[in-house]
Structure formats: C-alpha cells, structure tokens
Design a protein around this ligand. Structure first.
Ligand code: CO8
Length: 261
C-alpha cells in the first residue's frame, strides 16, 4: 500500500497490482467538479501507463459514490461557456482507460455519478447503492453518456422511465436490470471489489486489455464485425509469452505465472 499526495478531491493508493481511486469530497457527496475530473483522469491515466497495475477500482464513500455533476459549479454557466469548455468532455479520457476498471458503488450514484459508474467495466454495488439520472428535475438531460450507456445496459423502456421521471433505482433492481454485476452487503463491498480486481490483475495484463477491448466492441460494431475482431485478437494472443505460459501451466497441472508480456 502506498498513498499519493498532491490530489485534493481524491485519494489514490495501490494494493498489490490493483490501483484504487477513491472520490473524496465528503461535504458535497463527491459531486463531480472540474478539479475532481482532472484528478481522476490523471490518476487513471497513471495507472493505465503503469505495467505493475493490472486493474483499477473506482469508489466513493459509504454514503455516496457521487451525487452527480457539481450543480453549484454549473448553475451560473451559459451555453457559450459550456460549449467552449466542452463541459464533461474530459471524462471521455477516463472512459478510454485501457485496463479493466471496477466501480465499487455504495450510496448515491446519481446523474454524473451514475454515468461515471457506467463508464467503468464492471459495477459492483453495495446493498445501500442507488442509481438514477435525475437531471430532468434540474431542467437538464444527461451529459456524460447516461442516455446511451443506461439504454444499452437496461433497455429502452426502463432507461426512458428513469431519464424522463428522474426516478432512482435501488441496488436490487439495478442488479435485476443488468446495470450491476453483483450486489453485496455494504460491509463487504471494498473487500469484494479488491478480490475481484486482484483476480483480474493476476491475469496476463495484455490479455485482460484485449478482453476488455473485444467486449467493448460489442457496443460499437455489427455482430459480424465484432466476431471478426474477436477472432483476430484471439489469434494475436498466440503471439504472447503469457498465452504460452497459461497453456503450459494447465498441461503441467500448476498455477500460471504470467509475466504480463
Ligand atoms: N452538486 C453540488 N453539490 C451537491 C450535489 C451536487 N450534485 N449533491 C449534493 N450536494 C451537496 C449539497 O448541496 C449539500 O451541501 P450543503 O451542505 O453545502 O448544502 C451536501 O452535498 C449534502 O447534500 P444534502 O444535504 O442534499 O444530502 P441529503 O442526504 O439530504 O440528500 C441527495 C442526498 C438526495 C443525493 C441530494 O443531495 C441530491 O438530490 N443531490 C443532487 C442529485 C442530482 O440532481 N444530481 C444530478 C446532477 S446533474 C448531472 O450530474 C449531469 C450533468 C450533465 C450536464 C450536461 C451539460 C452539458
């Protein structure tokens, strides 16, 4: 475990090969202001570039993953300003992280907070988690991908209901709807996320990255194109030392010891 200084809105540490980014603006329920965005993007990019890190956990506090974009920071802006600064555009860089990212969500994940969780590869939810896109109550629509990622995750009718009414959904419904991978008791959230991330980070790093890339391709391509890409990247694995080691370990009835190359 090591801790990084210099950040003011997040805490960053590592556990073995896992990088942990914890949103830390408790007074604003981790509302996503521009400084927090810059810091999360920087921390995630640093882990992405670090060969010793194989997976990232993004988490908040027990009470809030994030209660949305910072309404106080946005309130006085006009169209020209948000257009010129491309408000929320920087988050696309977080979404472009190439190693697997797990969102460990407890408490509120609303608006931009729900959208941020959906930018991650796997959402693990505590039993007190709640998800929603309440922007419409502010005279706004989602702006960090919520209308697209929520619709892909839970289907049109349910996504429409949430985006049009601003209704919040609890953890159990979120799991049933396919938004989250698993719900665990709040007290077990961090440990479960760490076990999942450690398991992923023990795999071959390039193979985990390829696996993420092909699953993501399911959102961007036709079935035939996606299957073709999968086949090509599957073949590419045969060029890796780790693929050789993984199969040799199976044949020799031992644990694989990946060198991440
Ligand atoms: N922004 C700024 N401050 C916030 C936010 C937020 N999103 N959420 C909470 N806070 C602050 C509160 O103002 C309060 O501060 P203070 O003590 O100074 O008054 C503090 O956090 C604690 O909040 P509450 O007292 O409200 O705590 P409760 O436990 O009573 O309620 C809720 C918790 C239900 C989560 C409530 O805080 C809430 O409804 N928050 C707002 C949720 C919301 O509407 N989020 C969506 C924001 S919009 C968005 O994310 C998408 C933007 C896309 C824009 C695209 C433009 C191009």
């Amino acid at each position: 475990t090591s801790s990084d200084t210099g950040y003011e809105t997040i805490q960053v540490r590592t556990e073995g090969r896992v990088g942990i980014i914890q949103l830390d603006r408790p007074k604003a329920l981790n509302a996503l202001n521009s400084q927090l965005c810059r810091e999360v993007v920087q921390a995630a990019a640093a882990f992405d570039a670090d060969e010793n890190i194989g997976a990232i956990i993004l988490t908040g506090s027990d009470k809030a993953f994030a209660a949305g974009a910072d309404i106080k920071e946005m309130a006085s802006k006009d169209f020209a300003q948000v257009y010129a600064e491309d408000l929320f555009g920087l988050w696309d860089r977080f979404a472009a992280t190439r190693i697997p990212v797990i969102a460990a969500v407890s408490g509120h994940a609303l608006g931009g907070g729900c959208e941020l969780a959906m930018m991650c590869d796997i959402i693990l939810a505590a039993d007190n988690a709640s998800f929603g896109q309440p922007e419409i109550k502010l005279g706004l629509i989602p702006g960090m991908g919520g209308s697209q990622r929520l619709t892909r995750a839970i289907g049109k009718s349910k996504a429409m209901e949430m985006v049009l009414t601003g209704r919040t959904m609890k953890a159990e419904e979120a799991e049933r709807s396919g938004l989250v991978a698993r719900v665990v008791p709040l007290a077990e959230l961090q440990q479960t996320a760490l076990e999942m991330a450690t398991a992923i980070a023990s795999m071959s790093r390039p193979v985990a990255m390829l696996a993420k890339e092909v699953v993501d391709a399911a959102y961007e391509s036709s079935l035939a194109e996606g299957v073709r890409l999968e086949r090509r990247l599957n073949f590419a694995c045969f060029a890796l030392e780790d693929r050789r080691e993984g199969m040799a370990a199976f044949v020799e009835k031992r644990e694989a010891d990946f060198t991440h190359r």
